[in-house]
Write a protein that binds this ligand. Sequence first.
Ligand code: 5RP
Length: 240
Amino acid sequence: MPGGTFRPAVGQTRAVSTDAEKTGAAGADAEKRLAAQAAAEFVADGMTVGLGTGSTVAHLLPALAGRGLAIRCVATSVGTQRAAAALGLAVEPFGTLDRLDIAIDGADQIAPDGWLVKGGGGAHTREKIVAAAADRFIVIADSSKPVPALRPPVPVELLGFGLPATLRELGQVTVRDVPASPDGGVIADYHGPVDDPAALAAWLAATPGVVGHGLFEPALVSVVLIGRGDTVERRDLAAL
Ligand code: 5RP
């Protein structure tokens, strides 16, 4: 997966006129739809495609299905798998493919240097596997998602075995009142400082009992598409 320098606002289609905060929930939803529709254009006939999870990806699925392409998809959650299949997209288990041409997913926070926080829907472990397996990872978001600096919480997925010991080791973590992940993991949130995402990511990854965490490094990301009012801002992180 190629890395790259974060170059803000490359390819911005029109001047920024409004954002999700100004337009409210309906505006944010419209921005998600615009970003998702723009991302669907990155997909070509014959591609293998990783499908993310969340309300932004919910707009991607009909946009992709509407293109009528012959593509093979893998889904990062049961919800996405069902929604995609209901729209006629060919979804298969991620057990027969060892790479993907492209993956498209939402994000909870997008930092100026390209770090992401993901996992608001608790699907971050599968989402990172799918993103890492893809030649290009496209992030889609409304204009509330770019942030000046990452902030807590950072979602984590924990092994049930020894959970109290893992929680004690992590310290500032709360277990979410949600069902286990499809892989049996406990979904929780880390509330400590996120000032140094690389150091935090390394520490979380090295802590026994942590299955996955929601910090996605910039090297994973190819393109960020942000809906802003009636425009889509494109940020390229890696040469395509
Ligand atoms: C799910 C995710 C989502 O991509 C993230 O929470 C953004 O969700 P939405 O598109 O609903 O704003 O990481 O685990």
